[in-house]
Design a protein around this ligand. Structure first.
Ligand SMILES: [Zn+2]
Length: 324
């Protein structure tokens, strides 16, 4: 995180910004317990902390649905909120959905079709499980020799940094006799189709987040376009929705002006979600969001931090998103 934002966040309890700005918070997961496939990647809010955020939203903002999103939604001053969740984790259904129902809040859930039904997995999620299991057996020499880790360096950092394919991770699971199938049976990582259908039936929205959650900078523009539009077509095919909502995996910063143009030509009503916070983008169809998940700070404080930070980046000339 930018050092200026960090400082602002530190003082966010004393700076109350009374603004009517629209807000676009997003999360991935909410859970009270340690979730092995997430806990070595990022921190997340517990149920109480998330419920405080929802209460704050419920009291101060009009939560809208995506058909009400106007041009440059995130830069408008209407005290409206669009809430979203990325990656299609099962807790979206088991924990988040009942809380949204309690506060009568509708949200957008961005999913990766390849992960639905737990048939394919995000590499980082498997790495987090691997770290969790290796920490239990820190002196397993077979594993250490196999992946050639240095014993002087932190195990977690090495696993995260080291390139390990999903198949290599499955092999290591076998070496340490970790039964991944059993793990999945007890704790599925992603939502299945029935759970997603229930979200739709309860009035929530489903969007694409690419097929396989790749680093877009590793793909050429045609591959990027296919990853995105295939995920949207898959959703249409399985859930019969009549809209196209998409959020960029990892970051929107690698998306070129031309890619955005191609997506808009593909569907002029498509709404594209980024995660660059309050910035002016190259298209009015892009909604920039901010994370309300990490660091673990009440939503109220995150909002004031993001808004003050926007004034700062305006001052230093970084308000406009630059796209190649
Ligand atoms: Zn994601």
């Amino acid at each position: 995180m930018d050092i200026v934002k960090k400082l602002l966040l530190k003082y966010s309890k004393v700076t109350t910004v009374k603004l009517s700005a629209n807000i676009t918070p997003y999360y991935h997961i909410v859970a009270d317990e340690n979730v092995p496939h997430i806990q070595h990647l990022y921190s997340y809010k517990n149920i109480n902390q998330f419920e405080e955020d929802l209460k704050y939203l419920h009291e101060h903002y009009q939560i809208i649905t995506t058909d009400e999103i106007a041009d440059e939604f995130h830069l408008k001053h209407q005290k409206k909120c669009i809430l979203s969740f990325d990656d299609g984790l099962v807790e979206n259904y088991t924990i988040i959905l009942p809380l949204l129902e309690k506060y009568k809040i509708k949200a957008v859930f961005f999913i990766n079709p390849s992960f639905v039904d737990n048939k394919f997995f995000l590499n980082k999620h498997l790495k987090s499980i691997l770290i969790e299991e290796l920490l239990k057996i820190p002196h397993n020499h077979i594993v250490w020799n196999k992946i050639k880790f240095s014993k002087s360096e932190d195990l977690k950092n090495q696993v995260l940094k080291y390139e390990l394919s999903n198949n290599q991770i499955f092999d290591l699971f076998d070496v340490i006799k970790f039964d991944f199938k059993e793990y999945l049976q007890e704790r599925p990582i992603y939502m299945n189709k029935n759970q997603i259908q229930e979200l739709i039936d309860k009035g929530h929205f489903i969007g694409g987040h690419t097929m396989t959650h790749p680093y877009l900078n590793n793909l050429n523009e045609d591959e990027q376009f296919a990853e995105i539009t295939d995920s949207l077509l898959w959703i249409k095919q399985h859930f019969k929705v009549d809209y196209n909502l998409f959020s960029f995996p990892y970051s929107d910063s690698y998306a070129s002006k031309n890619l955005i143009k191609r997506l808009e030509n593909w569907d002029k009503n498509m709404i594209i979600f980024g995660n660059s916070s309050y910035k002016k983008d190259v298209s009015k169809n892009i909604v920039q969001r901010f994370s309300a998940e990490k660091p673990i700070v009440p939503l109220k404080n995150i909002i004031s931090t993001e808004l003050i930070y926007m004034y700062y980046i305006k001052l230093v000339g970084k308000f406009k998103v630059k796209r190649k």
